[in-house]
Design a protein around this ligand. Sequence first.
Ligand code: ZN
Length: 232
Amino acid sequence: MKRVQLSVLVVLLLTGSAFARDRDVLYQLSSMAALKAGAYDGMKPYGYVKERGDFGIGTFENIDGEMIELDGQVYQVRTDGQVYTPADSTLSCYATVTFLDEQAVAQIDEPMTYEELMAFLDRVVATNVPNAIRIEGDFEHVKTRSVPAQEKPYPPLDDVVAKQVVFELTHVTGTAVGFRFPAFMNGVQAAGYHLHFLTADRKAGGHLLDFRLTKGRVIIDETPRFLMELPP
Ligand code: ZN
């Protein structure tokens, strides 16, 4: 009798573990609408966010710069242009992450502008689900930005973005990290592409504004399931 109960317990534990490790869940902390309204209070530490994905984008408590999570490592690009590796206890007020798999790969052998590459992706990805997008390659030009940390009372996001610091990078190798969100997710997210960038030497990056890709490869991973935690 005791043995039967034990085996039931084991099955339940395995089921729970399998659910927690669903690699095709898009995990969303807060929402774009909340961020736009100025909800910059820290919600969850990045140690917690990293358990829900090894790939993604976001920002920090007080909207202190741009977050890139690449291969399970969280990077912070502040307005001084420096790239930091914050402790797991550092709080996030907004993040979108998933576990990245190479579901589809596109090789890019000729130069493409940002608009050309996004138009190409629009033709090849499923547009009714969120897609994780990783673009790694050599870039002739990359334009990024970061935003300055804020104090309470927090201003809305548009006022913060008006004070953004723009970085122009030329002839860099690096990775664009982000997502394409379907139109129906507008508000929860901004519909369309939201990408951040990090150089291969981990010395520059930020929220991606524009680029010209010389050559590279694009990894696409559909994330048909969605988990969201709302701000208090
Ligand atoms: Zn961004």
